[in-house]
Design a protein around this ligand. Structure first.
Ligand code: MN
Length: 259
């Protein structure tokens, strides 16, 4: 019988590596997914660069962002981003926080990212901003306190992505495949928008187009197709995560030797 949790943990490790390989995540940034059977928990890696994450790194957290089993490893300082958004949004099943080079000029200039091509419509009509300084004054710009995470979740509102001034972006989705597609398409959109501006203008899609193109671009068959494509690119680079948690692998080898 397939184990939902084991499958989702494997998928989360893969999502981390895809987003790192496609330039959304670098040494920093993180991806989480809501627990498949307990909506009051979420899954997130221990503090590690996303391209290196394997199923064995994935830990379970309560929505207060406390680890269910206190581990001896370092945790992401910014995990409250995930817990606070899951608390605020029942519909959100996966979250990615990143500092992608494609979006940083917009976060720094405070200029909105608008959907300028059909796949960019997956960001929705409006992308709000959140400036940590407005409410919290001088900080190290990391979102670490519950009140900071809650403030970010309020700024996100019902939108699909929030830009964080001088910091990065946080993207949400109704599942990991949708989240990965949306995160990558927003970065592509930001790059195209900037390049089009250099040519003179970057005209956004019309409101009706955003709705229609955004919906079709996130259909299950579409996000499965893009997931396969990005997985194949990752595989070609030789960076696929191990299929099974390393611990169980070690155990099974030991058992074999013992026989
Ligand atoms: Mn960050």
């Amino acid at each position: 019988m397939p184990d939902k949790l084991t499958d989702l943990i494997a998928e989360l490790a893969l999502a981390n590596r895809i987003l790192a390989h496609e330039g959304v995540l670098d040494a920093f940034g993180h991806v989480s997914v809501r627990h498949p059977t307990d909506p009051g928990r979420y899954l997130l890696s221990r503090a590690r660069s996303p391209l290196l994450i394997e199923p064995d790194d994935i830990l379970e957290y309560t929505l207060d962002s406390a680890p269910v089993k206190p581990p001896k490893v370092h945790l992401y300082a910014e995990r409250v981003i995930h817990g606070c958004i899951y608390q605020a949004r029942d519909d959100v099943m996966a979250i990615c926080h990143h500092h992608a080079p494609a979006v940083m000029p917009f976060c720094i200039a405070g200029k909105p990212i608008d959907p300028v091509f059909h796949l960019g419509a997956t960001m929705g009509e409006h992308v709000p901003f959140w400036d940590q300084y407005d409410e919290f004054g001088d900080t190290n710009l990391l979102v670490v306190k519950p009140e900071e995470g809650q403030s970010l979740a309020r700024a996100l509102g019902n939108h699909s992505v929030v830009l964080m001034n001088r910091h990065g972006a946080t993207v949400v989705g109704s599942g990991l495949k949708e989240l990965v597609s949306r995160s990558i398409f927003i970065c592509q959109n930001a790059e195209y928008q900037l390049r089009a501006l250099a040519l003179g203008s970057a005209t956004p899609l019309h409101r009706g187009e955003i709705k229609l193109a955004g919906t079709i671009s996130l259909m299950p068959n579409v996000v499965t197709r893009t997931w396969e494509y990005w997985s194949m690119r990752l595989q070609a680079s030789g960076a696929m995560p191990p299929r099974r948690p390393a611990k169980s692998h070690r155990k099974s080898r030991k058992t074999r030797r013992g026989r």
